[in-house]
Design a binder for this molecule. Structure first.
Ligand SMILES: [Zn+2]
Length: 443
């Protein structure tokens, strides 16, 4: 018995047909109170908050550190119904967004706490008991920082404002950052390799992708669109047309470390070879499992290897998948769920085994191979090493950081700022403090 929420798998603005699905998260009935709030986290919708947490500038330009908690006014909290559930809230009702963002965080934690084998302990526990989930509609980003998860909106050229509070992928990705900090710890100053930053983004994307694969509709859609021929869809970069799911589209990429040896600008781009390798591993394990279950023949699998370059073979392979999927679609679902859980477990075990200082992609690859050895006697060693090798992971390394993406790197620094870091900021004069307190309740 848990607590019910209505969650969009695909935000309504990405797919007009999408409607929220009712899911039950693990929270005991009645344990989630108005906010929503529980003993781990709470949602607030601040009134009069003008800037995001992190490093901001005062009215006279002095930088200052701005951290949770929000102590000003808030909008009316979202209320549970008499059973303790939040699924009575519909998308247009006040409180829906707050319930939605809470439900997405809890859903993602449920998935990953199972893989990790224990509840997440927040990395900011020394200063905050609970995570503040804060909604700041006029801000164009989302971030996980010390004690807070803050979500803004995407501002479209046509004037539409798309709230990230309704975007499962974005929220689950930010939860991914919290999971990494919790399991891995925060690196010591000066020990962050560029690939550590890329790893954060890649792993957070995988957290989001694998969490989304726990919605039955995501599995059903992907299989219905491809009839289980994920392998070829991935090799031919077909997910861009097949998959309605954005996280799958971006995980299915061809980038390698060779592109970053001479320098990199943005850790989100740098993360793509690693995300792509992990996604390819998932697809290969799925494919192997179809053969092992007798759902497709070894001959078709061999043919699929050449289908990338041979249109006739491609047609034959797709026909074989169409027939096999029609015969036993449940078997395909089971194979994909198994592949998802193998990769989820391997990533969680990898996370426990890694250390944050001087971490690079090669460490991730070696650790995952060791996890595979321990978990299954190296059953997937060939798949894992082949996919990392194809991306140049462990052999080629990210070069220097090419400046020019200050905005994004600024966001990154906000993530690891600690309350004590305020000592490193210049002292703000009384007049500026006064102006600041007048211009916003953001103190
Ligand atoms: Zn991120």
């Amino acid at each position: 018995m848990g607590t019910r929420f209505r969650l969009f798998v695909q935000p309504p603005f990405a797919d007009a047909r999408s409607s929220p699905e009712i899911v039950e998260v693990s929270s005991r009935p009645g344990s989630v109170t108005a906010g929503p709030a529980d003993d781990r986290m709470f949602v607030v919708e601040p009134v009069g908050k003008t800037c995001p947490y992190g490093v901001n500038r005062g009215p006279l330009g002095t930088p200052y550190l701005y951290l949770a908690p929000w102590t000003g006014k808030i909008l009316e909290p979202s209320e549970p119904d008499r059973y303790g559930d939040f699924d009575h809230l519909r998308p247009s009702m006040p409180g829906f967004e707050a319930a939605h963002v809470f439900g997405c965080v809890r859903f993602t934690l449920d998935v990953w706490e199972r893989y990790l084998g224990q509840p997440i302990v927040w990395h900011f526990r020394d200063h905050y008991d609970r995570l503040e989930i804060s909604i700041l509609p006029q801000w164009d980003n989302a971030q996980l920082g010390y004690g807070y998860l803050e979500v803004g909106s995407q501002f479209e050229k046509d004037g539409r404002v798309l709230p990230f509070s309704l975007d499962f992928d974005v929220i689950a990705h930010e939860v991914g950052h919290a999971i990494i900090f919790s399991a891995l710890g925060v690196p010591h100053p000066g020990t962050e390799y560029p690939e550590y930053l890329g790893f954060h983004e890649a792993f957070s994307d995988c957290v989001s992708l694998i969490a989304a694969m726990h919605f039955p509709s995501v599995i059903d859609n992907v299989l219905a669109e491809t009839r289980g021929n994920l392998y070829l869809a991935n090799r031919l970069a077909r997910f861009s047309e097949f998959s309605p799911h954005r996280q799958i589209r971006s995980a299915s990429n061809k980038r390698t470390m060779a592109e970053f040896v001479r320098g990199w600008k943005d850790e989100h781009e740098l993360s793509q070879p690693l995300t792509g390798a992990i996604f390819d591993i998932l697809v290969d394990i799925f494919h192997e499992s179809l053969v092992a279950r007798g759902l497709i023949s070894r001959a078709i699998e061999d043919l699929a290897d050449t289908a990338e370059f041979d249109a006739d073979a491609e047609v034959l392979v797709q026909h074989a998948f169409d027939r096999a999927f029609a015969r036993n679609s449940d078997g395909f679902v089971q194979a994909l769920v198994d592949a998802r859980d193998i990769v989820g477990t391997y990533l969680a075990e990898t996370l426990w085994a890694l250390a944050p200082n001087f971490l690079d992609y090669g460490d991730v690859a070696r650790t995952m191979l060791a996890v595979d050895q321990a978990e299954s006697d190296g059953e997937f060693a060939r798949i894992i090493s082949r996919n990392f090798k194809q991306r140049g992971i462990g052999e080629l390394h990210a070069g220097v950081h090419v400046k020019g993406c200050e905005h994004r790197s600024h966001i990154h620094s906000a993530r690891t700022l600690l309350p004590i870091d305020h000592l490193a900021f210049p002292k703000m004069r009384y007049r500026e403090k006064f102006l600041l307190s007048k211009s916003s309740r953001a103190q």
